[in-house]
Design a protein. Structure first.
Length: 420
């Protein structure tokens, strides 16, 4: 089939390349001209998709990237994987709306359109579908198939990649569900059909809200445990020995990426708008997780005070700018507000991250200096903060040469290491 994937980021590119590898003729459409140029040259900016896979698809003629919407014409299946950011707590569905209007021009009877972007329950049937109908003159269900299948990409996960992760599928009617499920059955090992797009949309938000709330819980416990002189990490290890009724979550400097800082708020916004009620669990989790960078900074200030030194004028080395280990994704990363707070306090802040390409998905303060992790940088730093525990970091080097380390991930040990 001729497949169009709108959006060639961390979600759209793995989908597009996998579809090309299974024999579909795939067009990867993205409005980012530089991103399209990189893909056309066989270069990858997503860890889960190697440059070799992209070049193989290009050479086979089963994939091409474009920034021209005209190249979307004649599709049998179109999948929308565009961002859905929040602006002051309100969902911004501009990219979904623009995608629907663009695809509507080329929508033909019998075609299938699938939304993958994370959003609030009801978006597919109340916003996305009507825009497709308005622009095409066709009716969802009767003239074309329409469904929702939430993305479940976990960047850097060596076990659960795109193919191995079960795919939730849905349709606005039985025929749409059959078409959506049939498409994904050819791409992944397992599909999980649900009754309607609303259930599929809620399932995605439920998954991320569950993680968000539990991370907030363990973060708050970690703060209390320190004041109570309790090793929270030992307590978590002990609790994790229970083979039932407990799932391990660990403290950290905050949450990042597109999912946890944003997705639960979509559900909270929908509940408030439709029911006039507050989603207290989400609001509390947001408050705790959003303020973890402040807590990390306070811990660092206290460490300097204990040593009778000031943050102002000190040199601080951050290890990791990405929100997640072994990835280059710095969207909503807690490292960014941590660096901003320290810079505003007058510190000289330097950051090392072998995965995050400068200028790509990371907008740092111009005062932040990017460096390599070396013995010289470690010995010159008054403090080191391990924000993201990439496997590529030389932790033995850090333990041997850092004067003081605030370890936010419990990756290090030694007399000069303080764990979050």
């Amino acid at each position: 089939m001729r497949v169009v994937v709108v959006g060639q980021g961390y979600v759209g590119l793995p989908l597009a390349i996998r579809a090309a590898e299974t024999g579909h003729e795939v067009v990867g459409y993205d409005v980012d001209t530089e991103r399209v140029k990189s893909l056309a040259a066989g270069e990858s900016y997503v860890e889960d998709v190697s440059a070799e896979r992209i070049r193989a698809a290009l050479d086979a003629g089963t994939y091409r990237a474009t920034d021209s919407v005209r190249d979307c014409g004649g599709f049998d299946v179109a999948v929308v994987t565009v961002p859905t950011p929040l602006h002051e707590g309100t969902p911004d569905l501009t990219y979904i709306e623009e995608s629907a209007r663009s695809l509507a021009r080329y929508l033909r009877p019998g075609a299938t359109v699938i939304l993958e972007s994370t959003t609030y329950p009801g978006t597919t049937q109340e916003l996305f579908g009507p825009l497709l109908e308005e622009g095409s003159g066709l009716v969802a269900g009767s003239d074309f198939h329409l469904g929702y299948s939430p993305e479940r990409i976990d960047p850097g996960n060596p076990v659960w990649g795109f193919e191995q992760t079960p795919k939730i599928v849905s349709g606005v009617d039985a025929a749409s569900l059959k078409a959506v499920q049939g498409f994904y059955d050819g791409l992944v090992d397992t599909t999980v059909p649900v009754g309607s797009p609303k259930e599929a949309e809620l399932a995605k938000l439920l998954e991320n809200t569950f993680r968000h709330v539990n991370i907030a819980l363990v973060n708050e416990i970690a703060m209390f445990a320190r004041h109570l002189d309790i090793d929270v990490w030992q307590a978590i290890d002990a609790a994790s020995s229970k083979p039932f009724g407990f799932m391990r979550f660990t403290p950290g400097p905050g949450v990042g990426g597109h999912c946890l800082p944003i997705d639960p708020s979509y559900l909270s916004w929908r509940v408030q708008r439709e029911l006039g009620q507050s989603f207290r669990f989400v609001e509390l989790a947001n408050d705790i997780n959003n303020h973890m960078p402040d807590y990390v900074t306070r811990r660092l200030v206290n460490a300097f005070n204990t040593r009778k030194r000031a943050v102002n004028g000190s040199r601080i080395l951050l290890l990791g700018l990405a929100y997640k280990k072994n990835t280059g994704d710095a969207r909503e990363s807690p490292a960014l507000p941590i660096s901003q707070l320290l810079l505003d306090m007058g510190a000289e802040v330097r950051a090392a991250d072998p995965h995050v390409v400068e200028g790509h998905n990371v907008n740092t303060d111009t005062r932040l200096v990017r460096v390599e992790l070396t013995e010289e940088e470690l010995t010159a730093a008054d403090a080191v903060v391990l924000v993201t525990d990439h496997d590529a970091f030389d932790y033995a080097l850090v333990e041997a040469h850092a004067d003081y380390v605030l370890d936010c991930r419990r990756r290090l040990s030694g007399p000069r290491i303080e764990v979050l």
